[in-house]
Design a protein around this ligand. Structure first.
Ligand SMILES: [Fe+2]
Length: 464
């Protein structure tokens, strides 16, 4: 990365939108604000440019496979999707495939998904299996990975069966998600996640069920897709319809260690880019746009209340349908509506808060560095003793299907993702035509993209 030549002053580095900031909004909360939301790391990570080769070159993709996909903790599925003995989940990343099983004893295991005989992928697809049996010659392993046998075993006198277990990879859980790591020498998932588990303790994502899961192949490098979801700067140009209720310019960005970052964008307040909106305008544009926003779809803001307070109250009403408690007795308005979007390096981004949480995941589409798999998952919290609906299966959209055509996303929320989608192939194509072969990043609004690339470099350079 080449540095820009202009020398920056402290004032340049401290430059922020005139506000009010997210922290100013927290000052108005009636209920106590959790420490995690009061954290404001305010990072400045330099002003270097980014080479387009990081997105376009096959060599860079191969470095990512070697140093990132083979060495990082990656979210695979919900714990409840492998909840019963025999439940088996196939997770593919680049050329690799990992199979996660729930054993008869109830423990989770993860193995490299290949038959140790002639190398066929052992498990083709997610399901519930008695054992892991290769379809080619019926070499069979238990859900624990122990070798159970093969036809004509007399023909393999040279095989040491005690040494013929499936090679394991690391598996662990956090927040109701299963994670794997192919690097057996990796730090624990808990250490890898840094501040994240403590921050989420309050929101209990482990008690949620998966209510929406939509995926689509997108025609761009996986990082192009990912980076559209870790900054709010693009809202003004790409999503103008959300500005009446989205405080995009005043978003707060945080980073902790190499793996965790966060954007908080306050909702229920108009964008700094818009002038002269009244509270009723905010409510009229925000109600009904997504499963994250309260029903009804129309309501009049009561006298003496702000739009943010009113939406907060409606969301508390909604939450009380599934819980014995009411959010307005303990939760901030921020936790009832804002986009509090964390990311776990390299590719997993869960929203936080008590409202249903959108979660994004991006990864290369198979081993193709010019297309990616984009997933939108929504989990919905329930009381710990509530009966959980079954997690929904994934809906794969076809090449010509839009997110707004997925009924579970609905037109308003789906349209937001479609707007991002329309940019993606144009970003991928445009990068080829950037004369300098370098991209410029904002110091404040795009700091998470810098953080992400700096962590990529640390992995590739062997510093992590
Ligand atoms: Fe977007």
């Amino acid at each position: 990365m080449d540095a820009n030549t202009k020398t920056l002053t402290a004032e340049h580095i401290a430059a922020r939108s005139p506000g009010p900031s997210y922290q100013d909004l927290l000052d108005k909360e009636v209920n106590p604000v959790p420490d995690s939301l009061r954290e404001n790391t305010n990072p400045y990570l330099g002003s270097d440019n980014l080479s387009v080769d990081r997105y376009l070159s096959r060599e860079f993709h191969e470095l990512e496979v070697e140093h990132i996909w083979k060495r990082t903790w990656q979210a695979v599925c919900r714990v409840t999707e492998v909840g019963e003995p025999g439940d088996t989940f196939v997770y593919d990343i680049a050329t690799m495939s990992i199979v996660v099983t729930r054993t008869e004893q109830g423990t989770l295991k993860a193995f490299k998904n290949a038959c140790l005989h002639r190398g066929r992928q052992l498990v083709d697809k997610t399901g519930n299996y008695k054992d892991l049996r290769c379809p080619y010659h019926a070499f069979t392993w238990s859900l624990d990975g122990e070798f159970k046998g093969a036809p004509c075993k007399w023909d393999f006198p040279h095989l040491d069966e005690d040494q013929f277990g499936l090679p394991e990879v690391l598996v662990d859980t956090w927040g109701g998600w299963v994670f794997i790591n192919m690097d057996r020498n990796s730090q624990s998932l808990h250490d890898y996640l840094g501040v994240l588990p403590a921050h989420f303790e309050r929101w209990k994502p482990e008690n949620a069920y998966k209510m929406i899961h939509v995926e689509k192949v997108i025609p761009c490098n996986w990082k192009v897709g990912w980076e559209a979801f870790i900054e709010s700067y693009h809202a003004v140009a790409t999503h103008p319809q959300i500005l009446p209720y989205t405080d995009d310019a005043d978003s707060q960005y945080d980073v902790w260690g190499p793996h965790i970052s966060r954007t908080i964008t306050a909702l229920g307040v108009p964008s700094f880019h818009l002038k002269n909106l009244v509270d009723q305008d905010v409510v009229d544009t925000m109600l009904g746009v997504s499963p994250m926003v309260a029903r009804p779809t129309e309501a009049e803001v009561p006298a003496g209340m702000t739009a943010r307070e009113f939406i907060g109250q409606l969301n508390a009403d909604e939450f009380s349908k599934n819980h014995d408690t009411r959010l307005d007795t303990f939760a901030t308005n921020s936790e009832r509506m804002d986009s509090i979007l964390y990311s776990i390096f390299p590719n997993f981004a869960p929203w936080a808060g008590f409202h249903p949480n959108i979660t994004y995941r991006f990864r290369p589409n198979g081993d193709d560095h010019t297309s990616a798999l984009m997933e939108i998952i929504v989990i919905c919290q329930l009381a710990s003793d509530a009966e959980r609906p079954k997690d929904v299966p994934v809906r794969r959209l076809g090449d010509n299907e839009l997110f707004s055509q997925a009924p579970e996303l609905g037109e308003s929320l789906g349209t937001i993702f479609d707007q991002d989608l329309f940019n993606m192939p144009m970003i991928q194509k445009g990068m080829n035509n950037v004369e300098s072969r370098e991209l410029i990043l904002a110091n404040y609004h795009e700091v998470r993209i810098r953080h992400f690339h700096q962590t990529i470099d640390k992995y590739i350079n062997g510093e992590l």
